[in-house]
Design a protein. Structure first.
Length: 493
């Protein structure tokens, strides 16, 4: 498909200034039966260097189409309104979903959602002011982890609430994370804070005590930033390549689920880096929009068949189990408390009680069998979830009736600050590849943007069994195609 290129020179045109406008709107559902902990927003930032204009919309939503409350028609409808009513190219638009997803309906109905978001975009366009811009990198590694464990057999196991974690003695290591916070600082000409765009890679789904709708850690981070800076400054969170990155306490069962402390840490880490960023007025803006054809996977039936075989093998292993839970638990505790003399005092054994040692051996075999059955049950639960997930993605591909899907790759350069988008839950390794290959130090990936195509794992992961390669309808070749296209876009900025 034809590419759309709006590129400015490296210096702001003589006699012009860099201008920006912001606005936000509450997009939370008004359903009276829904518990709301904190509101969800769409935040808009419009920037103009005199030759190019760009709008960034950061939404507290699970995705821009595909899943959740926003349909696939939302973005085309919004772009049509832009084309008809605003002095902005409809292609020069980056719409990012934070990926917050507490259960239930989150957002207002879609016709109203389009009206609210478009209204905020109009207000931002109508209230532009001269600004200065700077960029930098913050650091935060305390609040997240890679959720896909590396096992000793070379395979992957993803930490999820939908299935148990593997036994500790099967875990060999963990995957990478990206602790960088990409920061775009925007100040008024007099130096007062105007807006902060910050990019970070981590799933936001820990939630709050008592449940309820929440923007999760990005909402609390933005609140810290905005309240600290004052002057009506707006913080816009852009979700990064966090497809396999989760909050560090995601699976914790010993304390209430509470994302607010993690949001506060991210907000403070962003502010720590923000204060060291110098801003300048002479900044250029360039935008490049291209499209990539990503192939759909064709291996799902084969993978389901292999999982069925594994499932059958595990089911057969459950035979010949003597204990039930009532007899297993007290016996297990006795053997854990005193493995050498589990059934009686040591002196009874020392009197040559072969009947005790004999039953101990029998009990150890029965305990081992019961424990093996528990592990088999945990694996069966994971396999059943994987089969259902694969079947869902096979249905998506069957319904599409096409061998590939068109993905928009948007590149933005503001001075030395570069954003490259993906309509995919990009895994962190792919995001790191894009950043390393870029000639610009301040390059960041805005995943979950301008569409939603589920997970995008590295090709090397596809045979290793993690959740992200199951929750995926793309063929492994997607990675090389996307990374190549991303670098093409970056070179044109």
């Amino acid at each position: 498909m034809a590419a759309i290129d709006e590129k400015a020179t490296q210096k702001t045109p003589h006699g012009s200034s860099f201008r920006a406008g912001v606005a936000k709107v509450d997009i939370t559902t008004s359903d009276p039966g829904v518990k709301i902990n904190d509101p969800l927003y769409a935040k808009v930032l419009v920037m103009d260097d005199g030759k190019s204009k760009l709008a960034i919309i950061a939404m507290d939503a699970v995705a821009i189409g595909g899943i959740g409350d926003i349909s696939d028609d939302f973005l085309p409808t919004l772009r049509q309104r832009i084309e008809e009513e605003l002095p902005l190219k409809k292609e020069n638009l980056l719409v990012n979903a934070s990926h917050t997803h507490p259960p239930g309906r989150l957002l207002c109905d879609e016709p109203e959602l389009v009206d609210r978001v478009f209204g905020a975009l109009r207000r931002a366009c109508e209230n532009m002011t001269e600004v200065k811009v700077g960029w930098g990198i913050g650091y935060e590694d305390r609040i997240m982890m890679n959720r896909t464990l590396r096992l000793k057999d070379g395979r992957h196991w993803t930490i999820r609430h939908a299935n148990p974690c593997p036994p500790d003695d099967e875990v060999a290591g963990v995957g990478p994370v990206d602790p960088e916070i990409g920061i775009l600082r925007i100040d008024r000409i007099d130096g007062r804070p105007f807006a902060v765009v910050y990019n970070f890679a981590c799933h936001p789904y820990l939630g709050v005590p008592g449940g309820g709708i929440t923007a999760d850690y990005p909402g609390f981070a933005s609140k810290v930033i905005e309240e600290t800076l004052g002057h009506g400054a707006m913080a816009l969170f852009l979700q990064g390549a966090g497809g396999d990155i989760t909050q560090v306490l995601y699976k914790d069962v010993h304390r209430p689920r509470d994302c607010e402390p993690q949001g506060m840490m991210l907000g403070l880490s962003t502010l720590e880096a923000w204060r060291n960023i110098e801003t300048q007025a002479n900044v250029s803006l360039s935008v490049v929009s291209e499209f990539a054809e990503l192939p759909r996977r064709t291996d799902i039936p084969e993978r389901i068949a292999r999982l069925r075989q594994e499932q059958e093998k595990l089911l057969k292993s459950l035979r010949f189990t003597s204990l039930n839970f009532r007899t297993f638990l007290p016996l297990y505790l006795k053997h854990m408390m005193n493995p050498e003399y589990p059934l009686d005092d040591a002196y009874r054994y020392l009197h040559g009680r072969e009947d005790l040692t004999g039953i101990d051996e029998q009990n150890r075999r029965n305990l081992a069998k019961y424990l093996n059955n528990i592990y088999a049950m945990e694996k069966l639960a994971r396999i059943e979830d994987r089969i259902a997930t694969l079947q869902r993605h096979q249905a998506i591909n069957d319904a599409a009736g096409e061998e590939s899907i068109t993905a928009e790759v948007l590149g933005v350069r503001i001075g030395e600050f570069v954003l490259i988008s993906a309509p995919i839950e990009v895994l962190v390794e792919v995001g790191l590849n894009v950043k390393r290959a870029s000639p610009y130090k301040y390059t960041f990936v805005s995943a979950f943007s301008n569409g939603y195509m589920h997970y995008g794992p590295p090709a090397a992961y596809c045979d290793l069994g993690g959740y992200e390669v199951t929750e995926c309808f793309l063929a492994p070749e997607w990675q090389q195609i996307y990374e190549t296209k991303a670098q093409e876009v970056i070179r044109r900025l």
